[in-house]
Design a protein around this ligand. Structure first.
Ligand SMILES: Nc1nc2c(ncn2[C@@H]2O[C@H](COP(=O)(O)OP(=O)(O)O)[C@@H](O)[C@H]2O)c(=O)[nH]1
Ligand SMILES: [Mg+2]
Ligand SMILES: [Zn+2]
Length: 371
């Protein structure tokens, strides 16, 4: 199938994992795996029967070890963006995945087949571009849903308003959105006119990973192609032309940006796939929720209450302080997003009622006029 990604780097490349965001922190986390003789790698794309991983020996096809699969719960399977411990078979250019390093951030959504099941779709994402088009109905409520998904993943959200060439007043619209996306940048771009692309790229530092989320057709893949100056991703335009011959991909795949950093295109997380904000946090921080159940008091604030299991775990080193800090921070930010979503819903209802009243008064006037 032409659309399946192929190995693009099969040469020894000692800098490759640096380009994919390898850091001192990861090196530390990896130490036990290094002692076991394993090599680090990052999952670039998930395929039907395995993965493609970036390693210092180039890109390799990889499969999870039987043991990892056995131990893995749903969230425990390797996902795009994961850093993993590998044993390499350079003759066959393949690798076996033995372990997944702790994830800094995690994107979850409901599975397409069952809304009960949750799926990890990407991990270790630094920046989440919430992409929406200025020509379609710019729906603030939808932007808020995507923003909540971004916040709960742990990534920094940035709102991207695309196709400004089709909008009469892009700055006016941006100002409206900025009012509800408080605290996160709102960028206006046009891939067609090459407007705003540099400002977008400036949000991603070298070694960082960004993801594009948003409904299908808003111009995500077109943006990636503009960054790469080549038609790597299949776009609506190409689909419309029914051009099957291209080596384009419509898969979730990490792509190196020319200026450093990585970008992950998504085929469009449907809104129904977004999970409720508080739900997302508990999936990602399952371990902390479990711990909290052992606190002496049900309503333990994990501050200085006696018998707090969370503080005990922090003291013993069982719980990573950075992870705990992240959990706390997310909790606060989520509350803020939900408040805002609530307020937006109430505002919308008020506007709807005001509209109805206007119609009602107009009808009255018409009635009178007809008399
Ligand atoms: N006018 C205009 N159209 C665009 C722009 N960016 C993308 N499009 C068009 O929008 C359609 C959907 O784009 P695509 O990148 O496939 O959207 P995706 O589903 O979010 O990946 C295609 O027909 C693109 O040509 C833009 O900046 N201006
Ligand atoms: Mg696309
Ligand atoms: Zn506690």
């Amino acid at each position: 199938m032409a659309s399946w990604p192929s190995i693009t780097r099969d040469l020894e490349d000692p800098d490759l994992i640096e380009q994919y965001g390898w850091s001192d922190l990861l090196e530390k986390a990896f130490a036990p795996h290094a002692r076991a003789g394993h090599a680090p790698g990052r999952i670039v794309v998930q395929q039907r029967d395995g993965y493609l991983v970036a390693t210092d020996s180039g890109e390799l096809r990889a499969k999870a070890s039987g043991r990892l699969l056995h131990e893995a719960k749903e969230a425990g399977h390797p996902a795009v963006g994961d850093w993993v411990a590998l044993s390499l078979n350079l003759v066959e250019r393949s690798a076996t995945i033995h372990a997944i390093l702790p994830r800094r951030t995690t994107f979850v959504r409901r599975a397409a087949d069952s809304l009960q099941r949750l799926q990890v779709i990407a991990t270790n994402i630094d920046v989440a571009f919430v992409v929406t088009s200025m020509n379609a109905d710019l729906n603030p409520r939808r932007i808020e849903r995507y923003l909540a998904a971004a916040w709960q993943s742990g990534a920094r959200p940035v709102v991207v308003l695309t196709k400004s060439d089709l909008c009469a007043d892009p700055q006016g619209q941006a100002a409206e959105i900025a009012a509800l996306a408080e605290g996160c940048p709102v960028l206006v771009v046009s891939a067609r006119q090459g407007l705003g692309l540099d400002a977008l790229l400036a949000q991603v530092r070298p070694g960082e990973t960004c993801v594009l989320i948003g409904s299908s057709g808003v111009g995500k893949s077109t943006l990636v192609n503009a960054f790469l100056s080549e038609d790597r991703m299949a776009t609506g335009a190409i689909r419309d032309a029914d051009d099957h011959g291209r080596h384009t991909t419509s898969h979730r795949q990490l792509v190196l940006l020319p200026g450093g950093g990585l970008i992950l295109d998504t085929p469009g997380i449907r809104e129904v796939g977004l999970i409720d904000a508080d739900e997302g946090v508990s999936v990602v921080f399952d371990d902390i929720e479990q711990l909290a159940q052992d606190c002496r008091f049900n309503d333990c604030g994990h501050a200085n209450e006696p018998g707090c299991a969370v503080r005990a775990a922090l003291r013993s080193g069982a719980l990573d302080p950075a992870r705990w800090a992240h959990f706390r921070k997310l909790g606060l930010e989520l509350a803020a997003v939900e408040d805002k979503a609530d307020r937006a819903a109430k505002d919308a209802e008020r506007r709807r009622l005001a509209g109805l009243q206007k119609v009602y008064r107009a009808t009255k006037r018409d009635d009178r006029g007809a008399d």
